[in-house]
Design a protein around this ligand. Sequence first.
Ligand code: CUA
Length: 312
Amino acid sequence: MNKTFFWMPEQASNFAESLDRGLAIYFTLAAIVLLGVSFFIIYFTAKYMRKSPGQLAQAQITHNTKLEIIWAVIPFIIFMGLFAWGLKGYINMRVAPNDAIPINVVAQKWSWTFNYPQGASEPELVLPLGKSVKLIMTSRDVIHSFYIPAFRVKQDVLPNRYTTLWFTPTKIGTFHLFCAEYCGTQHSGMIRSVKVVEESEYMAWVVEKANSTAGMSPEEIGKTLYTKKGCNACHTVDGNAGIGPTWKGTFGTQREFAAGAPAAIDENYVRESITDPLAKVVKGFAGAMPSYKGQLTDAEIDGIIAYIKSIK
Ligand code: CUA
């Protein structure tokens, strides 16, 4: 069976079908109860309406033991059944199979980084079809939430601890990944694509990415990091101001800061702005950048400096 319930997105993971079926059953039960209760409210209102101004209330019925037991016991059995079924599904979703591929996920304002077991560290989530995947997730700053509607999985991503999620992609294609917890100005910009491909294609991709910076010039490394590390969420390279100043034509220019004396944009300034972004905030900007201290190697920082220099 592969019937999506009403307005639900397409089903692309091992959990999708059973979760949709659960929703359909709950929805149907709730609809039946709503219709039944509504019917009797209207029916009894009409039936027991006072017919004339002088009419007294009819004989008072206080209770009916048999009826009360029936309407208590039947829902109890239904709810316990739903509870047991839900608990089984919950445990299944929480406990990943032992052979699941572990992928580390780092969320930060406002990007995702996926660290694959082969060593690749990418802003893109690419997954092999039919293989279980376990995501081990943490945040560098505030609470984010990892959400792929087509997979029916959602999990908060917290600073200073790890949360996990597992699933098996069951469909080739590209799906949306959202951040589902408001995390600041560019929260809506944390939307990404999840690509599900054949296993052989996944292996080729992940190995290629693991060796991707070999033989690159510093400028090329910087250009790669610009999107990979999410610099592009705030800094443009076309001259337009974003959340932060553009990188185009800035190197070597004189800048005024929110506090302190003006200074030229040089290697030291770029390096300081990466590791300690709030030290010199360019005038007119809010100073929203998180520190990248410890997340970039010296070679990578040199690469970013070389890239900024190259954008005239
Ligand atoms: Cu990250 Cu919203």
